[in-house]
Design a protein. Structure first.
Lengths: 301, 809
């Protein structure tokens, strides 16, 4: 995986002696999550293979001083932006400056360089997976309403995919917002079963509330995966640590990081090239939280 | 003769030529049996009169009391007139001494002493002293007289020879003082008994290397008091030897060949002949004989290689063995054993045989046997039976003085012949048993098959009884997707028939396992097969044991799901030791034995934690003599609870604690410790039935290989994933799953919900999709289909890239 340092140096001649990339990565709430740290590490690793250092900074809006600081005095050759919103002021600013940048997540503008997961496909695949198992009444647990309204793209695209799947298969689906905590998860599940007790499956985008979701199911007397299936659109390593382990697509952190750095290198090397995008569609890893729908009349099992 | 002559001269110096005492041996019928030269001088007749009636010779009236005593075996002495050969009348004193047997009865002949009568002789208290002296001294039997204290009084020279001392030195000495070494006290006791009771006695026994038959009678004075004892000893060696040989032969019949073991028979022969015939014996056999084969032809004139099968010595460690038990000795062609083998005849050898000397001198140990231990005579006898020579038995003498004689050789040949027949029987039995065991073993797995699902150890223990082998078998069959099948079965009956039936069944089970049938279906197929085989064979109750009635346990363990599916056809259930120490016997519904048919087999599904120990076995393990099954299972569980970390030790411990010394039934035992494949070795994905997903699946597989450090396998894997996923989407039904397993090999599996297989397994040609499979078949190590409860799985297996750090799982 390591690339020869010499070859890389040759491929990317330093125009101004700056061999650093800025990583603009606002922490979730007030601290970095494990998965965020994983990204930081992987990006640094990928950059190092091109002999680039990484300057980590925060800033979710264009006016945040850390974001402004990183752009001054040629401190970095380009920036990688994370936690992208559908309308992102940072992206607009960089576009205006013509400053080289790559986003992890799709910005709502044309002509940008980005790497992203195909949340539409993920949402759709979750529905298809559940439908394959015979489920027809499925709930979608989205991130919090606040998160959604701040136009985080994954929340929107995931929902879009879910709705596509429900629609094309003619199933019954509902969407719920859920805060990133256990209590919200439990409350959300109660709400789901209250609204439609015949619900047999949930697709969730809210990893932090999963524990609460499981707890709610236990309290409702639903055994996973015998009576109720849970599928995650996206899960980190913790999918293995819950019981039963969560069936979900895995976030390919290493590949996303590598792709982001590669796009950046390409852009730095040939500034005039048209923008390129990488859209990754990981498959749903089957673990133990989904099973055949027992109440479905046309169940295959 | 010289000795006897000198004794005569010394004892009667005053009457050098006087024929004063004649000895004649006469039968009860009055026929002359012996005629001494004194009798010729005194009475004129030459020894040619032997065979004639003594009454006629001496012209004595047959009504005379002397003749009466002779006829009745009584002693008599007195005066009598007889006629010389020249016709003159002689007045003589005559004494008739009957020969008595041990019970004091007349023995059929009497010694008659005749002396010229003179009144002076009578006054001296008996017949003429000089007249008695000569016949006594010159008697052909060893004569001795003792006084009442059992001191030697008078002996003839033969007694000196008998006791190995000079006759004249014996006079006045107590008998006990001159008892030769090795003689027992029996003679002395008898002698004392005669002196005490006055009744005659007889003693048979050895003195030195000769056997003697000794008559003893009391001598009484005029008052009837015992004043001495007379003895006459006859050399009985030849007869005694014949008797001993007969006894030895008789005993050989009872002692040799008690078992069907070649080595044991050799030992029995060796133990029998020492010390009675020889002091030292070795039994050497051709190697092939020990293994149950016929000995190979060997080139005459070449050295003979023989393995020591037995030896025995009168004194342990003497002489030193040239080769130890079980070692091979080389006999040069001129050595007596090699010569006897070449000639096929027994032969005598010893110090007078130059080849013997040459052979012995060529070997330090053998040379010491001769020079230090005194080996002086030997016999080499071939062990021949049914026209083949199995080996050679060599007998030596070193402690007893006499050389082996012709008679000994005949005896040794007879004994060797008997032993050889027994050995040949044992050899043939060994061969048959070996053949059956070889067959059995060739039908059983010899090595652990390559698989990573379980760690296994197994044993096949033949029964100790008759043919030993039976129809028990076991198997470990690697299946697709890193699963493994564990099989144990038992065919009714023993012997080669059972082994052959077992072989057929094992092959059937293997073949069906290769098609990846679930346990219940597999047993159903085997059951059908057995039914058909029985019909075809026309087996009836009296026929040889067949597959019908055989039992079988088939278990499939999947290290990914850690589930074990079992089905049994009348077979004892397995026992399981869980990692937490709990031991259970699996409660499964045993189904009918194979060939019964009609009743479905049921699958029992168990989830086994990693490192569980499964013990599969045949009923021989738990059905030791006098036990019911429940006790056997309980004992098995107890032994299993104390299982050691080593599977091999566990096998040995189970067999050791549950089986008697000589198990009555054969036993197959299979112990398996389960492994589990963890999430870092297995990845499973759900695939929507959408052709678009093929690219995603390819990318996902590549991503996974990168995470495993197996980038080298990406190209082939992408190809396989593309083909299999495309097929599944195009022809299969949802749900579709992709699975990658990184184990000893890299396995790529695509499952879907349709049970339609793409084609026969390992098809070479197919339609459009099938060409994809052909491609898959060419780039991978193997591929196949298996049917599951809810569809099918197509799998393809690749070798791991050797450069990978994961090459060693």
């Amino acid at each position: 995986m390591k690339r020869g340092a010499g070859a890389a140096a040759e491929a990317v001649p330093p125009a101004d002696g700056t061999r650093a990339l800025g990583l603009v990565f606002p922490p979730a709430d007030d601290h970095y999550t494990e998965m965020q740290l994983d990204f930081v590490g992987r990006i640094a690793e990928a950059a190092q293979s091109y002999d680039y250092d990484v300057l980590l900074t925060t800033g979710s809006e264009v006016g945040d001083p850390p974001f402004q600081r990183v752009l001054t005095r040629n401190r970095v050759a380009g920036v990688i932006l994370m936690e992208i919103k559908l309308t992102d002021s940072r992206v607009d600013h960089l576009m205006d400056l013509g400053f080289p940048f790559v986003t992890i997540g799709q910005p709502g503008v044309e002509d940008a360089w980005w790497v992203d997961l195909d949340f539409v496909a993920l949402g759709r695949n979750c529905v298809r997976h559940l439908a394959d198992l015979g489920h027809s009444r499925i709930a979608f647990v989205n991130r919090s309403e606040q998160f959604f309204r701040s136009t985080y793209e994954s929340a929107h695209r995931g929902l879009e995919g879910f709705n596509q799947g429900i629609e094309e298969l003619g199933l019954n689906g509902r969407m719920y917002f859920c805060g990133d905590d256990v209590a919200s998860g439990e409350a959300c599940l109660e709400q789901i079963l209250r609204d439609d007790p015949a619900t047999t499956a949930v697709a969730t985008l809210s990893e932090a509330s999963l524990g609460g979701l499981y707890r709610g199911l236990r309290r409702a007397g639903r055994v996973v995966p015998r009576d109720f299936s849970v599928v995650g659109l996206m899960a980190g390593r913790w999918a293995e640590t819950v019981a039963p382990p969560l069936t979900a697509a895995e976030e390919p952190v290493g590949e996303i990081s590598r792709a982001a750095v590669e796009l950046m290198m390409e852009r730095l090397k040939s500034p005039g090239t048209p923008p390129r995008n990488v859209l990754l569609r990981p498959l749903i890893s089957i673990r133990a939280s989904t099973g055949p729908c027992r109440s479905a009349p046309d169940a295959r099992f | 003769m010289a000795q006897r002559g000198s004794a005569v001269r010394e004892n009667s110096p005053a009457h050098p030529a006087s024929p004063d005492l004649a000895t004649v041996i006469v039968s009860a019928q009055g026929t002359v049996l012996g005629w001494s030269d004194d009798a010729q001088r005194l009475l004129g007749h030459s020894p040619e009169v032997v065979g004639h009636a003594v009454t006629g010779l001496l012209a004595v009236d047959t009504s005379h009391a002397a003749w009466h005593a002779l006829a009745n075996g009584e002693s008599w002495s007195g005066r009598l007139a007889v006629r010389h050969q020249d016709g003159r009348r002689l007045d003589v004193g005559m004494r008739v001494c009957p020969s008595l047997d041990s019970e004091g009865k007349a023995h059929g002949w009497s010694v008659m002493t005749v002396a010229p009568y003179s009144p002076g002789n009578e006054a001296a208290g008996g017949p003429d002293r000089v007249g008695l002296e000569r016949p006594f001294a010159q008697a052909s039997v060893a004569l001795a007289t003792f006084d009442a204290e059992l001191r030697y009084q008078r002996v003839n020279s033969l007694v000196g020879k008998m006791l190995g001392t000079e006759a004249e030195q014996l006079r006045g000495r107590s008998y006990a003082d001159v008892l030769p070494d090795g003689a027992d006290g029996g003679w002395l006791r008898r002698l004392r008994q005669v002196a005490r009771t006055g009744s005659p006695a007889r003693y048979d026994g050895y003195l030195g290397d000769r056997a003697w038959n000794i008559e003893m009678w009391s001598v009484k004075d005029a008052s009837g008091r015992v004043c001495g004892v007379g003895t006459a000893a006859f050399d009985n060696t030849e007869q005694h030897g014949a008797h001993q040989r007969l006894a030895l032969l008789n005993e050989a019949g009872a002692r040799i060949g008690a078992t069907l073991e070649v080595g044991r028979t050799a030992r029995e022969l060796a133990d029998l002949v020492v010390p009675r015939l020889a002091d030292f014996v070795t039994v050497d056999l051709f190697d092939a004989v020990v293994e149950g084969e016929e000995p190979p032809a060997w080139e005459v004139g070449a050295p003979v290689l023989l393995r020591r099968a037995a030896y025995s010595s009168a004194v342990e460690g003497v002489p030193e063995l040239a080769v130890g038990l079980g070692a091979v000795d080389t006999y040069p062609p001129f050595s007596p054993p090699a010569r006897c083998l070449a000639a096929g005849r027994p032969l005598l050898s010893g110090l007078d045989d130059p080849d013997f000397v040459r052979w012995v001198e060529g070997d330090e140990i053998r040379s010491a046997g001769v020079h230090r231990d005194g080996i002086h005579s030997g016999m080499a006898v071939p062990l021949r039976a049914r026209g083949i020579v199995l080996g050679v038995v060599v007998l030596w003498r070193w402690s007893r003085p006499g050389s082996f004689q012709r008679d000994d050789l005949l005896l040794a040949e007879e004994l060797a012949g008997r032993a050889a027949v027994s050995m040949d029987n044992a050899r043939r039995y060994t061969r048959e048993r070996t053949t059956a065991l070889t067959l059995q073993r060739s039908l059983l797995p010899q090595v652990r098959p390559q698989q990573a699902a379980v760690e296994v150890a197994f044993r096949y223990l033949p029964a100790s009884s008759d043919p030993g082998v039976g129809g028990d078998w076991f198997d470990v069959i690697p299946l697709s997707g890193t699963r493994v099948a564990l099989v144990v079965g038992d065919v009714v009956g023993h012997g080669v028939h059972a082994s052959a039936a077992m072989g057929r069944l094992r092959t059937a089970v293997r073949t069906l396992a290769d098609v990846d049938l679930p346990p219940d279906e597999l047993l159903t197929h085997v059951d059908d097969l057995v039914t058909h085989l029985s019909d075809d064979d026309g087996v009836n109750a009296a026929g040889p044991p067949g597959e019908s009635g055989a039992t079988c346990l088939y278990a499939v363990y999947d290290p990914v799901s850690r589930r074990c599916a079992l089905a049994s056809a009348g077979h004892p259930p397995p026992s399981i030791l869980y990692p937490n120490g709990t031991v259970t016997t699996v409660g499964l519904s045993p189904g009918p034995p194979l060939g019964v048919g009609g009743v479905p087999f049921e699958v029992t599904d168990l989830e086994l934690p990693e490192s569980s120990l499964i013990v599969l076995h045949t009923d021989g393990l738990i059905q030791a003599v006098g036990q019911d099954l429940d006790t056997g299972f309980a004992q098995l569980r107890d032994s299993l609870a104390a299982a050691s970390p080593s599977l091999e030790d566990t096998c040995d411990n189970l067999a050791g604690s549950l089986l008697p010394e000589r198990p009555p039934d054969d036993v197959a035992l299979l112990v398996a410790r389960t492994r589990a494949l963890h999430t870092d070795q297995v990845a499973t994905w759900s695939l929507p039935a959408d052709p678009e997903v093929v690219a995603d699946a390819r990318a996902q597989a590549t991503r996974q290989l990168a995470a495993w450090g197996l980038e080298a396998a990406s190209f082939v894997t992408e190809l396989v994933v593309s083909e299999l996923v495309t097929n599944a989407i195009r022809y299969g039904e949802p749900p579709i799953q992709l699975r990658l397993i990184r184990d000893r090999t890299l396995i790529c599996e695509v499952s879907d919900g349709s049970s339609t297989a793409p084609h026969l397994r390992r098809a070479r040609t197919f339609d459009e999709g099938g060409r994809g499979l052909l491609l898959v078949a060419q780039v991978t190590q193997g591929w196949g289909t298996r049917h599951t409860g809810n569809g099918k799985t197509i799998w393809a297996e690749q070798l791991l890239p050797t450069s990978s750090r994961w090459a060693e799982p």
